[in-house]
Design a protein around this ligand. Structure first.
Ligand SMILES: [Zn+2]
Length: 236
């Protein structure tokens, strides 16, 4: 399960500039990410927009595997940056690198600066029990950045990149649905266009065929699947 944290909201506008509020932008981007991830049977939810501790509690209580916090920056800079907690493990760092690189692959094409892979002791990164990554998506008070953020097309493309980057990947637990059954599955896959996948039920392993979605050329960080044949094993 992926929990999306739409930064601010619930009475807190976040940063403001160029006629926009951070809270509106983060929710819009998260809803676009959610809509896309749900097409691939990923269980995804947007955390309640209250206190930071409530958002964290929500993610911890539903045993999310990834907590992705979406923010928009302010304060005179320009570009994109990502954060992990300073004492975080290798798995989260690798996932962050993949997410950051995938998003920058797109953003560099539209002349958005890469401000780097950073670390910070943010509450939502420190207190969450799963991999947690925070993205600062451009600057609301920078003219060119704001122009992009105001564009629905840009927000949609940004959400698309984020959903690709945070989608299923090797050995990551995901949920596959089919024939009325839903089962958390440990997936193994190759770079092949289609690949047999063993569902991670100890009792009733089943083979599924999942098809890559989207672009013609598979690349690192692009791991989205749709159930093609078979069905998930029922948890016994
Ligand atoms: Zn923020």
């Amino acid at each position: 399960m992926i929990v999306l944290d739409a930064g601010h909201g619930g009475g807190d506008p976040g940063c403001v500039g160029n006629g926009m509020k951070e809270a509106d932008l983060t929710l819009d981007i998260c809803e676009r990410i959610k809509k896309r991830l749900e097409r691939y049977q990923v269980v995804v939810s947007i955390a309640p927009r209250g206190e930071l501790s409530e958002r964290v509690k929500y993610a911890n209580c539903c045993y999310a595997e990834l907590f992705l916090s979406i923010h928009v920056n302010a304060g005179g800079g320009t570009g994109f940056e990502s954060y992990v907690y300073p004492e975080v493990g290798t798995r989260t760092r690798k996932l962050r690198d993949k997410i950051h690189d995938t998003i920058m692959e797109y953003l560099s094409l539209v002349n958005v600066a890469d401000r780097g892979k950073k670390e910070k002791n943010f509450h939502v990164l420190r207190e969450t029990k799963m991999s947690a990554i925070l993205l600062e998506c451009l600057f609301i008070d920078h003219a060119q950045d704001a122009e992009k953020l105001a564009s629905e097309l840009f927000r949609d493309q940004l959400a698309n990149e984020i959903h690709i980057a945070s989608g299923h990947e090797n050995q990551q637990h995901i949920c596959a649905a089919g024939n009325g059954f839903v089962e958390s599955a440990a997936l193994r896959f190759s770079a092949a266009k289609e690949c047999p996948v063993q569902i991670g039920s100890k009792h009733q392993p089943k083979l599924l065929t999942l098809a890559h979605q989207g672009r013609a050329t598979p690349r690192v960080g692009w791991r989205c699947f749709r159930l093609q044949h078979g069905h998930a094993a029922h948890r016994s």
